[in-house]
Design a protein around this ligand. Structure first.
Ligand code: GRF
Length: 209
């Protein structure tokens, strides 16, 4: 009886390049997994086109689901149970995950943030805002962080971080592209570590064995 593939659910709100990077990593044999569904906060998310083209089940809950923490928590619990999900990956997902679901699924929800947390994280720190803040501060490096999701905004313990140089003539768009490139490296690496049961969690200290 072949071992079932490691089941991953990816939550998106935009272009989905991180979702696509995970899918391509699986296709390239980085690890033995399967994206069993994609959940988007909007029908307009570019990543849904890729999901359709690659026959990956995808859902966009109706607006009322996002209006109630309890409704959204129930929705997530139902879908992750129906698809036997082992890891939930937030990849540019702009809605807050309900605390009730985080406690149900603790230690198995990860997020990718386009900065070196705890710097430049928290409410309102997403997309261009992050890179603009890094440039305004005069930072010489930036980077990306994959972290466990807890009840705060971007406050969960880091799993993998990688830095990039910031250049004096960078714009937020140029910096975003440089950071996105390494996001596409470290997020699949983190997912692979979970798929191969190599993630060791000791309080806020997380190691990949
Ligand atoms: C990425 O920069 C990610 O770090 C942030 O949102 C963006 C999503 O991009 N959370 P994509 O939808 O994966 O292309």
């Amino acid at each position: 009886m072949p071992k079932p593939k490691y089941a991953i659910a990816v939550l998106i709100s935009g272009g989905g390049s991180n979702f696509i990077a995970i899918h391509k990593a699986i296709q390239n044999g980085l690890f033995d997994g399967e994206i069993v569904f994609v959940l988007s906060s909007t029908e307009k998310a570019g990543g849904l086109k890729y999901a359709t083209e690659n026959e990956i089940p995808h859902f966009t809950p109706t607006a009322d689901v996002f209006m109630s923490e309890q409704k959204f928590a129930n929705y997530l619990l139902e879908k992750t149970t129906d698809y036997n999900v082992q890891l939930v990956v937030l990849a540019g997902f702009l809605k807050k995950i309900p605390a009730a679901f985080i406690s149900d699924f603790s230690g198995k929800i990860i997020n990718i943030h386009p900065a070196l947390l705890p710097s430049f994280g928290g409410k309102g720190m997403y997309g261009r805002h992050v890179h603009q803040a890094v440039l305004d501060y005069g930072c010489k490096i930036s980077g990306a962080t994959v972290h466990l999701v807890n009840s705060g905004y971007d406050t969960g313990p880091p799993i993998i971080q990688k830095s990039v140089q910031v250049f004096v003539d960078d714009t937020p768009e140029i910096l975003a592209q440089r950071v996105l490139k390494i996001e596409h490296e470290i997020l699949p690496q983190a997912v692979a570590a979970f798929a191969e049961d190599k993630v060791i969690i000791n309080g806020r200290k997380i190691y990949i064995g």
